[in-house]
Ligand binder design. Sequence first.
Ligand code: BTN
Length: 245
Amino acid sequence: MLGEPLLHFPELDSTNTDLKRRAALGAPEGLTVLADSQTHGKGRLGRTFQSLPGKGLYLSVLLRPQVPLEVAGRFTAWAAVAVCRALEKELGLAADIKWPNDILVHGKKLCGILTEASGSAVILGLGLNLTQTPADFGPDLAAIATSLSQLGFAPDPTRLTHAILSELDELYRRFPADSAACLADFRSRCVTLGKDVLLVRPTGSTPAKALDVTDTFALLVDISGRRETVSSGEVSVRGLLGYTP
Ligand code: BTN
């Protein structure tokens, strides 16, 4: 069962980094690490993830999937679906997905997901904004991020954690056999599709139109009449006018 055992700390460098260390020492699948704050919270593509004390849910789950790592990488997208389902069931909140795995509400980011491989283990980390005010986020982040309290919700973090872990567990048990259903759910929530976007790489940005999510959860785009698939490890996607596509 994902979430068993669960270790809860007041502060860690990063729940992903902590779990990586435990994975190297042979920790079991399902082990989950939760922190009230992170001093070195990590985001995708080498970014930092703001992790203010007591304001967000910062947790990581250790997976030891029996499938090749390139297939296991898809679990990031499955996790995005699991978080959306948990928010819907627990709070009645409808959330969208910005490809590949940001959870948005009204166009602002509520939750980010970072999956890292560590040997044959996979560390699935998620950071969900609970009570940050715009002032907590600061001017840059406030323009693109939201929290459950800003959306009018005051959930019990423990309940929400268990709701998320339970949805993750249910999907993980059916991984990857239930791909078609999960992909359909992902596509129906994915706000990126049909939009003009910028594909942002370290080498520069390319305008494109987002067409579809492939069955490996890559993004099919049209770049000046040429079709290409891009993977989550290589690009981030921006709207032409900012964060939201
Ligand atoms: C992103 O939005 O780029 C991904 C953010 C992932 C943040 C979570 S918080 C818990 C876990 N530990 C980390 O250091 N990062 C992830």
